[in-house]
Design a protein around this ligand. Structure first.
Ligand code: B1N
Length: 821
C-alpha cells in the first residue's frame, strides 16, 4: 500500500530531523502543560501522576483530532461505503502507548516528559485498562478497530459504554474473589461526550393495527447518548470512531418529588435507566438469558441503527442505495436483533414494503459466529421477547415465515420450543455468515448450521481471525521489534507478511544470537517482575510455559495442571534425571457463576503453593498463577513465553487469538488440532509445532466409548497418581474432599476428554523438554514461528472482510497540498 505518513509530515516542521524532533517535543511539552493547567486545573507542583497522564493523553488526542476530521471528511466526500462493526464488547486495554506509537510521537513524548522531570514508563503504567470485554471476542473487536483505521477503511465501531468493565480478580486463600472495576473513576482521557447525539429507545407495551399498519405503543423509554473515541491508524494516516452508547433517563430528575423531600425517589428514574449500561456481563461462552442482557443488546443495536440511518439519510435520499453505502457486521448474535429492528425502521417507519425491507436489511447485514458450543448459542424465550419487544416478536415471525416459504421440505426455523434462536435469526437476516478459522467454518457447515447451509450454500464464508501487530509485536516486544526493523526495515509493521524476509538471515552469524538475547532479556524482565509482584523466585533460563485465557473446561487448564502434578511427582522421585527446568504460568478469570471453573482456579493456587514450597523440585519446577489477567498483563507475558498452551478439546475453540500472539513473539505451541492452531501449524511447519491429541472427529467417536475416562486413567499411572493426590486432599489438607467434584467429573463424565488426551499431552511435553535442552535448535524454531506468522495480522483479516463480505474499499486522507472538495 502506498500512503504517506500524514502524522509525521504534519508534525515535522522544517530543517533536520533532530531539530524537527526537538520542536515536536517542545510543542508537546507546552501542550501537556497547557492541558494540565487549563483542562485539569492543576499546577505542575501539585499534579499527581494521573494528572500528568491525562494531560499527556489530551495532548496526544489533540494531535489525533485533525487526522480524524480529515478522515471523516474524506469518507463523506468520496461517497464510499462505510463499515459498521456492532459489538457488545470492545476489550481495548490501554490506549496511551498505542496512540503515541501510531502518531510517531514516542521519542518526543519521552523527551518532553524528561524535561518536566517525569518518566514516560511510569505514566504509561498509570493508565487503567478499558476492560469492556470478556476475552477473545472483545479483544478481536479492538484489534479490528485498529486495523480498520490502518488499512484506511471508513468505519465506526458501535458498542456500550459500560460504567463497570470486567470485574477485577483477587485471590483470597486461593479462591477467586471478584471486585467491581471502575475505569471511569478518573476522568476518561480519550472520549468525546456527544450530548447532541442521543436517541430515544423504547421497550414493552403493545402493538395495534391501524389500516393494515402496525403501530407500536411502548410503555418504557430510555435515551442512548453517544461517547466517541477516535482510533488512529499506524502512522496517523487515517482515524475512525469508536462510538459507545450510555443509557440515560428520558425525563431526568423529578424536582417535585425532591422538593417534597423524597430525595432517593427523585433520582430513581435516573438510576433505573442507567442500569442498562451499568455493567458488562462477565460470561464468556456461556449464556445467562437475563432480561437486562436482552435490554442491553437491543439498546446498543437500535441506537446504532438509528445513527447509521441518520447518517445515510443526511447524504442520500433513496433508501434502496442503503446496501451500497452501509455494511453492518454483527459480532456474534448479541446484536442479532438488528435484523428485525432494521426491518421495522424501513417498513413500519419509512413505508418500504415488508419483503423489500427484509431484502434490503439482509443486503446490509452480515454475521460472525464465534462459537458452536450449545450453551453459548443465544436463545430468548418468546414470552420475554414478546413482553420487551412486541413488534420485533411479530417481525421475527414474519421473517421466519418468509424464510420457510423458500424451503421445499424440512423446515429450519428461528422459533423452537417457545424460544427465539438468535443464531438462526442472524443467519436468515445476513447476506454473509462467517466463521473465525478454517476448521470452525467447516464445523459450522456440518453441524449447527448444516440445514441452513444446504439452503444457502454461498452464505457461509471463512475469515480467520488476526491480531494487530502494532500492539502485539511492535509495542509489546520492543527488543524483538528492534531486531526485525534492523534486519528488514520498518515495512513489516503494516505489512506483516514481510516477516518472511527474516528467514534468509537465520544462517548469518548474529541474527539468531540476537533473537535469543531478546527472548532472554524479556524473560529476565518477567522474572524480576514475578519476584517483586508475586514474591516468587524463578530461574530466568527455565522454559516459560504459559497458559493465559479465560478459565473454562473446554480450554483444559486442569489438564495442564494434572500434567504439572505428574511432572512434580516424577521429579521428586528422581531429582537427578536431568530435568529441563520449567515455570508453569497461568492467568485467567472464571465467570463468577461458573462453579467448576472457580474450583479449577482454587486448585491451581493450592497446587502452586505446595509445589513452590518443595525444596527438592524447586530447581526444576515452579508454578505461578497471576491474578487479574487483562490486556496489559498479556502484553507483559507473551513476549517472555517459550511455550504457548493451546490445548482445547478439538472442535471447541472457534479460533483463539492468543495462539497467534504467542507464535509471532517466538513461543512454540503445544496444541491440539483446534481453531486457528491448525492454520498456525500449516504455516510454521509441523516440525516447529508440538501437536498432540485427538482430532475433532476422534473426539466425537471417543465420547461414545463407554467408560472412556476410567479406561484412560487405568492405562496411565501418572494420570491416576495425580488424580489420586487431588482426591485425597494432598493440596487441600484442611478440607481433603474439596475437589471431589473435580475428580469425580474427570473420572466418570469427562465431557472434554481430559483423561483421554492426557497421555498424548504428557508425551508432547517430554518431547518439548528434550527440544528445549538444545537452545540453538529451539531458538531457530522460535524464530521460524515469528517469520512465518505474518498472515495472522488483523490487517489481513480486515482486508478479507472488505473483499468477501462488505464490498468496501480503502481510502486515503489527502496529503498536505492536496485540496479537499
Ligand atoms: O471468540 C474469539 C475466538 O478466538 C475464541 O475461540 C472464542 O471462544 C471467542 C458469549 C462469547 N466465542 N464466543 C464468545 C463471548 C461473550 C459472550 O457473552 C460468547 N467468545 C468467543 C474471537 O473470535
Amino acid at each position: 500500500m502506498t500512503s504517506m505518513t500524514v502524522g509525521r509530515v504534519a508534525n515535522a516542521p522544517v530543517a533536520s530531523a533532530l531539530e524537527g524532533d526537538l520542536v515536536t517535543s517542545a510543542d508537546l511539552r507546552d501542550s501537556i502543560l497547557r492541558h494540565l493547567t487549563y483542562d485539569l486545573g492543576k499546577e505542575p507542583e501539585m499534579a499527581e501522576i494521573h494528572d500528568w497522564r491525562i494531560a499527556l493523553s489530551l495532548a496526544l488526542r489533540e494531535r489525533i483530532v485533525d487526522h480524524w476530521f480529515a478522515s471523516m471528511r474524506t469518507a463523506r466526500h468520496s461517497g464510499a461505503k462505510r463499515v459498521y462493526y456492532l459489538s457488545m464488547e470492545f476489550l481495548i486495554g490501554r490506549l496511551l502507548e498505542d496512540s503515541m506509537v501510531n502518531l510517531g510521537l514516542e521519542e518526543a513524548a519521552d523527551r518532553a516528559l524528561t524535561d518536566l522531570g517525569l518518566n514516560l514508563q511510569d505514566i504509561l503504567a498509570d493508565e487503567p485498562d478499558a476492560a469492556l470485554g470478556n476475552g477473545g471476542l472483545g479483544r478481536l473487536a479492538a484489534c479490528f478497530m485498529e486495523s480498520l483505521a490502518t488499512v484506511g477503511c471508513p468505519a465506526f465501531g458501535y458498542g456500550i459504554r459500560y460504567e463497570h468493565g470486567l470485574f477485577k480478580q483477587r485471590f483470597v486463600q486461593g479462591r477467586q474473589v471478584e471486585e467491581p472495576e471502575d475505569w471511569l473513576q478518573q476522568r476518561p482521557a480519550w472520549e468525546f461526550e456527544r450530548s447532541d447525539i442521543a436517541f430515544k429507545l423504547c421497550f414493552g407495551g403493545e402493538v395495534s393495527e391501524d389500516g393494515g399498519k402496525a403501530v407500536w405503543h411502548p410503555e418504557e423509554a430510555v435515551v442512548a447518548k453517544a461517547y466517541d473515541t477516535p482510533i488512529i491508524s499506524w502512522q496517523g494516516r487515517w482515524a475512525n470512531t469508536l462510538r459507545l452508547w450510555s443509557a440515560r433517563p428520558l425525563h431526568g430528575f423529578d424536582l417535585e418529588r425532591f422538593n417534597r423531600g423524597e430525595f432517593a425517589a427523585a433520582a430513581e428514574p435516573e438510576a433505573l435507566a442507567r442500569t442498562i449500561s451499568r455493567v458488562l456481563y462477565p460470561d464468556d461462552t456461556t449464556e445467562q438469558g437475563k432480561e437486562l442482557r436482552l435490554k442491553q443488546e437491543f439498546f446498543f443495536t437500535a441506537a446504532s441503527l438509528r445513527d447509521i440511518l441518520r447518517r445515510f439519510e443526511a447524504e442520500h435520499d433513496n433508501l434502496r442505495l442503503l446496501p451500497q453505502k452501509a455494511a453492518i457486521q454483527l459480532n456474534d448474535t448479541h446484536p442479532a436483533i438488528a435484523g428485525p429492528e432494521m426491518v421495522r425502521l424501513l417498513h413500519d417507519e419509512r413505508g418500504m414494503e415488508l419483503d423489500e425491507a427484509i431484502v434490503t436489511a439482509r443486503a446490509c447485514l452480515s454475521y460472525t459466529n464465534h462459537t458452536l458450543m450449545p450453551e453459548a448459542l443465544e436463545r430468548w424465550p418468546e414470552h420475554l421477547m414478546h413482553r420487551l419487544l412486541p413488534r420485533h416478536m411479530q417481525l421475527i415471525e414474519r421473517i421466519d415465515a418468509a424464510h420457510a416459504v423458500k424451503q421445499p421440505t424440512r423446515q429450519v426455523s428461528a422459533l423452537e420450543h417457545g424460544e427465539v434462536k438468535m443464531g438462526e435469526l442472524a443467519f436468515m437476516m445476513a447476506h454473509k455468515v462467517n466463521g473465525v478459522s478454517a476448521l470452525h467454518t467447516e464445523l459450522m457447515k456440518s453441524t449447527v448450521f448444516a440445514e441452513l447451509h444446504r439452503l444457502h450454500p454461498d452464505r457461509i464464508v471463512n475469515q480467520t481471525n488476526g491480531v494487530t501487530p502494532r500492539r502485539w509485536v511492535l509495542s509489546a516486544n520492543r527488543r524483538l521489534s528492534a531486531l526485525i526493523t534492523d534486519t528488514i526495515g520498518e515495512g513489516w509493521v503494516d505489512d506483516l507478511e514481510q516477516l518472511e524476509q527474516l528467514e534468509p538471515y537465520f544462517g548469518d552469524a548474529g541474527f539468531l544470537d540476537r533473537y535469543a538475547a531478546a527472548k532472554r532479556e524479556n524473560k529476565a524482565d518477567l522474572s524480576n517482575w514475578l519476584a517483586t509482584e508475586m514474591d516468587l523466585k524463578v530461574d530466568p533460563t527455565a522454559l516459560f510455559d504459559v497458559q493465559i485465557k479465560r478459565i473454562h473446561e473446554y480450554k483444559r487448564q486442569h489438564m495442564n495442571l494434572l500434567e504439572t502434578i505428574a511432572l512434580w511427582k516424577e521429579i521428586a522421585a528422581n531429582p537427578d534425571a536431568g530435568w529441563t527446568p520449567r515455570v508453569k504460568i497461568f492467568a485467567g478469570k472464571a465467570a463468577p457463576g461458573y462453579v467448576f471453573a472457580k474450583e479449577i482456579v482454587h486448585l491451581i493456587n493450592e497446587v502452586a503453593a505446595v509445589i513452590n514450597a518443595d525444596p527438592v523440585t524447586a530447581p526444576y519446577l515452579k508454578v505461578a498463577f497471576l491474578p487479574n489477567y487483562n490486556v496489559t498483563l498479556a502484553e507483559r507475558l507473551i513476549p517472555a513465553a517459550d511455550l504457548s498452551e493451546q490445548i482445547s478439546t478439538a472442535g471447541k475453540e472457534a479460533s483463539g487469538t492468543g495462539n497467534m500472539k504467542f507464535a509471532l513473539n517466538g513461543a512454540l505451541t503445544v496444541g491440539t488440532l483446534d481453531g486457528a492452531n491448525v492454520e498456525i501449524r500449516e504455516r510454521v511447519g509441523e516440525e516447529n509445532f508440538f501437536l498432540f491429541g485427538m482430532t475433532a472427529d476422534e473426539v466425537i467417536a471417543r465420547r461414545e466409548v463407554p467408560g472412556h475416562a476410567a479406561q484412560a486413567i487405568e492405562a496411565d499411572a501418572r494420570l491416576a497418581g495425580a488424580l489420586a493426590d487431588i482426591g485425597e486432599g494432598r493440596f487441600s489438607p484442611d478440607d481433603p474432599g474439596r475437589y471431589h467434584g473435580v475428580t469425580g467429573n474427570l473420572s466418570h463424565h469427562d465431557y472434554f476428554l481430559v483423561c483421554s488426551d492426557f497421555t498424548a499431552y504428557w508425551e508432547a511435553q517430554r518431547r518439548i523438554d528434550a527440544a528445549f535442552a538444545d537452545q540453538n535448535a529451539w531458538m531457530r524454531m522460535a524464530a521460524i514461528n515469528t517469520a512465518r506468522s505474518g498472515w495472522f495480522s488483523s490487517d489481513r483479516a480486515i482486508r478479507g472482510y472488505m473483499a468477501d463480505i462488505w464490498n468496501a474499499e480503502a481510502l486515503e486522507v489527502p496529503g498536505p497540498g492536496d485540496v479537499l472538495h
